[in-house]
Ligand binder design. Sequence first.
Ligand code: PEP
Ligand code: MG
Length: 755
Amino acid sequence: MSAAQAARSILTRLHEVMASRLHPQGKLNQVVDVIGEALDSEVCSIYLLREGALELFATRGLAQEAVHVTRMAVGEGLTGTIAANVETLNLAEATAHPEFQYRPETGEDKFHSFAGVPIVRRERAVGVLTVQHVDPRRYEEVEIEALQTVAMVLAEMIDNAGLVDAEDAGGGAALSEPDQLSGLTLVKGLGAGIAVFHQPRIKIEHIVAEDTEAERQRVYLAFDKMREQIDQMASQAEFGVDGEHEAVLETYKMFAYDEGWSRRINEAIDSGLTAEAAIERVQQRTRMRMREIDDALLADRMHDLEDLANRLLRIVSGQIGTAASAGLRDDTILIARNLGPAELLEYDKRRLKGVILEEGSLTAHVVIVARAMGVPVLGRVRNARSQIREGNLLLLDADQGVVTARPSPSLIEAFEQRSAKSRQRQAGYAKLRDVEPFSRDGTRIMVMMNAGLRDDIPNLNLTGADGIGLFRTEFQFLVSAAMPQRDRQTRLYRDVLDAADPRPVIFRTVDIGGDKSLPYLRSEHSENDENPAMGWRALRLALEREGLLKVQARALLEASAGRTLNVMFPMVSEPWEFDAARAVFEGQLAFLRRQKKKLPSAIRYGVMLEVPALAEQLDLLMPKIGFLSIGTNDLTQFLFAADRANPKLAERYDWVSPSILRFIHRVVVATAGQEVDVTVCGEMGGRRLEALALLGIGIRRLSITPAGVGPIKELVRKVDLEEIGAAMNGWLASPPPDMRRALEDWAGERNIEID
Ligand code: PEP
Ligand code: MG
C-alpha cells in the first residue's frame, strides 16, 4: 500500500468518526481503534496536553485504568520527548532508547516496537499519537507518514472539541514560559500589548477532502497564481527592503517553481486532505526536517519557504489581507518579518503599542514612519514569528532592545515601574517645551521637527519645536490609494502652515521611489530599477513626470498665499537639477500671477544635500539657494555604498565615523559666512550622541523626529559649544580608535546624558 492509500483509508474512516454524534471522548476512543486496526498495531494511544502535562486520553491495547491517570511531563519518557522536540520517533526496541520510562499501570511491558508522532497545533505539540507492537519491528515510512497525517486531523478535532486547554494550545510546551528576545532598537520606547501578526495565520477549516480531484485543481490554480505574483514582484520592490529584495526573490522563485514541493502537496492531497491541509501538512514535515539541521543559512531559507507557503495558503483559501484590515484591538504589538512604509500607515497608530520586525534598519522609511507615529520598534528579532504566538502578552522595551513574551507577574510589575519612570522622563521633556534651546555658552540652536502627515501637526505644540524643518510631502501620497488631487494637496499644506504659524515649514517636494514606491505611479524605469534607492526616484522622477511636480508646485504656491513658502528639492545631484525644479515653480508662479491669484509673500528655495557629488559643486550652488538641508540617511548610504534598508548593514557603519563627520564638517566650512542656512535633517540629528558630534562640527540647526526634540533641547542646554568644538577638532584631525567611545567619555565627564 502506498503512503497515500494508507492515509486515505484511515482518513475516510476518521472522517466518519468525526462526523458522528459521539462526544469527544467517544470519538477519541474510536480513533485509536481505527488507527490500531489500520496499522495492525496492538496498541494505539493518544496523549493530550492538559495543565502542562501529557495525559493519556484514549488507548487501545494499554490498560484502560490508566486513561486519565497516566501523566508525564513534557520531555519525560518517549512520549514527552516527542512533544518536547516536536519530532517523530520510530523504534524497533523502545527500551533501548535512553529516554525510555516504564509505566507499570499501563501494562506496556510486553511491547517492543514503538512509534510516535507529535500532534501539532501552531508549530507546537499539544499531544502525541503513539502505536506499539509486540514484535520488535520498525514501522515503515508509509506507516509513519500515515500517522503524521492522522495526527494533523486529530489536531483539528482536538481544537474544535476544546480538548486541550487554550493555554496549552496557544503556548504549547516550549512556548508557555516567559521568553526574552533581543533585537536592534529602531525606535525607542516602551509598550505592552498583545501580539498580532501582520499576516495572520490562515485558519484551516476543513482537513479531509470531499472531492480530491477538485482539491488538486485548487492547488494547481493557486500555484499558477503564486508564480505569477512572484514574477510580478521582481519589478515591484514589494518587500520594502531593496537591498535584499533580489536575494529573497531568487529564493522565492526557486521554491515557487520547485517541482518537489508541488509534488509533495499533491501526494498529500492523494491521501485525502484538502488543499489547505495538504499545504500545511507538507510544511509541517519540512519544518520537522529543518529542525534537525542546525544551519543559519538554511534557517533563513526556511523563513522564505514559510512566507511562500503562507502566500499559497492565502491564495487557496481566499483569506487575503493583513491584520490592518481585520479590526485591531486597542493594545496591539505588531509582528512582521518586515513592512513597507505604506503598509504600516494602514494601521491605526492609537492602537499600536509597538512593532517587532525580524528585519529592519534605522533609516528604512518604515522606521521613519513609525518614529513619526510615535510607535516603538524593535528590529532584527530573529525568529520573532516562531518564538511569539499570536495572542501572547508582550512587554516591549525598545530602549533596552528586548521584548519579553509571556511574562510572569513579577516581570510585568518591573516593566510597569520602568514605564512609569519613562513617563516621568517624558514629562521632564515636556517642561522644556517653552524653554528655548540655548547652549551653555549662549548660542541659540534651532531645533525643528520632521513631519509628513496631518497627524504630526499637534507635535509642534507638544514639543515646542522651532518649526518643521522637513515636511515629507510624499507621505500623503503613500497613504492614498490614488494620486492625491491638487486640492487635497493644497488643503494639507495650508493646514500645516496655519498650525505652524508663525514658525516656518520647509516643504520637500515628493521623494517617491526606492522603498517608497506607489502602486499607482509606475513606469518602465522603476520596473527595471535593480537598485531603486539609486535609481529613478525623488527629483529625477519628478522632473520627468513634470505634471506631478507642476501640480505640487501649484498646490504649494496657492497654500502659501500671503506667506513665505519654503520649498526644497530632494536628491539633487547637480546644480542644473535645482535650476530645472525651480523653473517649474517659477512657471507656475507666473501662471498664478497672470490669473491674478494671491501669491506667496516670498519664496525661499533650498536643496537637500544627500548625494555626495553635490558637495563638490557647492560653490556653484550656493549663490542660487536660500538654505541647504543635509539628509544624512541617504548621504550615509551613498558615502558608504551601504543600502540604508539592508538589515545586514544596519550596524556596520557608524554615523559618528570620521568619514561622515569630516564630510559634514567640510560642508559647514564651505558654507560658513554665507546667507545660506545649513540644517541636518536625517535621523542622526535626533540621537543625542550623534547630535553632540554635529554640534561639535559646527551644525547649529537640526530638524529631527518629534520625540527627539525634548531630549535634544535638554542636551543643547548642557553643552558648551566651544568646548565640544575644540574636542571635535582634535578628533577630526586625528581620529580616536573609537569615536563613539570618545564622545561618551567626554559627555560622561561632564554629567551630560547622551543615551
Ligand atoms: C535623508 O535622506 O536623510 C532624509 C532626511 O530624507 P529621507 O529619509 O526622507 O530620504
Ligand atoms: Mg533622503
